[in-house]
Each structure stands twice: as C-alpha cells, then as structure tokens.
Design a protein. Sequence first.
Length: 224
Amino acid sequence: MPQQWITKRSSEGSFASSSGAMVEKQLRPRGIDDPRVLRAMAKVPREKFVPRELQASAYDDRALPIGFGQTISQPFIVAFMTQAVKPKPTDRVLEIGTGSGYQAAVLGELVAEVFTVEIVRPLAQRAATVLNALGYKNVLVKGGDGYKGWSEHAPYDAIVVTAAPDHIPEPLIAQLKEGGRMVIPVGKESSQQLYAMEKHGGAMKRTAVLPVKFVPLTRDPAKK
Ligand code: SAH
C-alpha cells in the first residue's frame, strides 16, 4: 500500500512538470504570450481529460483520441484559440464541441462562466463528470446540437467552436453580444481555416488566423 501511494505521488509530480514543459516547449516559442492563458495551460491537468491508457502521452504535442471517433485537440491549438478569443474575467463564454472538456476547463480558469455543448451524449456526460470532479463549478455542459448554440444563456461575450462547419452557423452570430468575439474553424475536412471574428453593428468582421484540421461539425438529424 505505501508503495502504491508513493507511485501515485510521483506520477502526479511528473504530470505537473509536464504541463510546465508543455508551456515552455510547445506554447511560448509559437507565440502564445498572454500570461493568463499560459498560466491556465500550466494549471489544468490535461491527463484527467484523456483515456487512462493514454495518460503518459497527455502532454504530447498532438491531438489524442478520446473515443467515439473524436479527439482532444493539440495543446497548442487549445492555447491558440483561447488566446485568440481574448478571454476576460467577467466573460460568459459558449463553447461548441465539448469533447473531453479540456478546452472548457482552460476557459473556466479564465472567464466567469462557460457553457459548452456536445452532440455525442456520452462524451458530454463524461466531460461533465470530469469537470465536476475537478471542481469547475463555473462550467456547464449540455448534450445537444451546438449548431443552434445555447439560447437560454445567450448573449455571450465570446464563442469558441472546436468542430468545423462549412459555414458560420447563423444562430451563433445571433447569440453573440455586440462587440463579442468568436473563434471558429470553417471549411471541408481536407482544408479549413480558423477565423477570429468580431461582431460590430450586427455584422461579423473576420480574419483568417491559422490553417487547421478539426473534426467536422455534425448535425443532430432528429433536431435539424
Ligand atoms: N474541445 C474539445 C475537442 C473538440 S473535438 C476538447 O477540448 O477536448 C470536437 C467535438 O465536437 C467532438 O467531441 C464532436 O463530437 C463535437 N461536435 C461535432 N459536431 C457538433 C455539434 N453540432 N454540436 C456539438 N458538438 C459537436
């Protein structure tokens, strides 16, 4: 038993230094320089959001499978999107594509409230369980089709979309505040651009910021 305790402690310690190494090797050299974002990336225990058998690879510089044909995004992409959406401590943020819940946890460290929608119900449930166990009381998870946003809690200061539609969903624009920010990958599976957008005078101003590869945004057939 004591042996087991020592093993557990030492593996937790190495995970903590792994997140620090991830910040220094993968994020800072690639232009992630918002100190709040870097702090959040160092703090959130990514190993809790990946399948047990992949925990040793949790801080690798890549996306990892999380079941149901879905993935947890590469750490750099999570940090890049988080920085691009300019999170403020008072913000209410909508995320589409909860997946593992990792991006939601990172946002949860930085803003007042996070509302996140996942179309694969068992993933939504698992993410809610993990986020709850880690004490993220300001993150609310819902199973559903995020194309339609989450109107009950709208309008949002910012929206982060982590699955790629082939056009910007109109309901998401409608649920964004005037002056609000949205970060969203758009395109076909083979070629997508990440856009950083802002809503001004009801219209979206958009800038392409990075070529990316996300899983497609699917639709809930029963609820189209
Ligand atoms: N943000 C996640 C990774 C996203 S992977 C993380 O931090 O782990 C993209 C996720 O979007 C997948 O889990 C996929 O099931 C989900 N998804 C795809 N289409 C969706 C839709 N219409 N509404 C909500 N979620 C969707």
